[in-house]
Write a protein that binds this ligand. Structure first.
Ligand SMILES: [Zn+2]
Length: 134
């Protein structure tokens, strides 16, 4: 019984991990695709660096993205490129009491008046800000 329980836990954590990595890998691939297209447009040869703006509440795990990025870059003009990540803090605005506040978690409830849902002003983004090519 105990062994079965352990097995299920191990299976779940492995599954969650794979799921998370797959998510970031597909994001890394989208970034690499975009950068590779821009290299062509600029008639350059390769990407030197990519700067991303990553919202704290974007749902993307920075460490996983950094882990997946070189894998996605293999055999593309992005191979060897540096990934720079600017983490953007999350801010929200409450339409009921007019308050602005920082958010640590994706909970859209105003901490002052309890209004739901507050509007996320920043922190949900995942954007390529700049590309350095040569
Ligand atoms: Zn409020």
């Amino acid at each position: 019984m105990y062994d079965d329980f352990k097995f299920i836990l191990a299976y779940c954590s492995l599954f969650d991990h794979i799921d998370v990595v797959m998510h970031e890998l597909s994001i890394a691939q989208s970034i690499v695709d975009l950068a590779s297209e821009k290299v062509k447009e600029a008639e350059a040869e390769r990407v030197i660096s990519i700067t991303l703006s990553l919202g704290l509440l974007s749902g993307v795990v920075r460490e996983s993205l950094e882990f997946c990025f070189p894998i996605a870059c293999e055999k593309t003009p992005c191979e060897g490129a540096t990934l720079k990540i600017d983490v953007v803090p999350a801010n929200a605005h409450c339409a009921s009491c007019g308050g602005d506040f920082d958010m640590e978690e994706f909970v859209l409830v105003c901490p002052d008046c309890g209004f739901f849902p507050v509007e996320l002003l920043s922190g949900g983004e995942l954007k390529v800000i700049s590309l350095e090519v040569e």
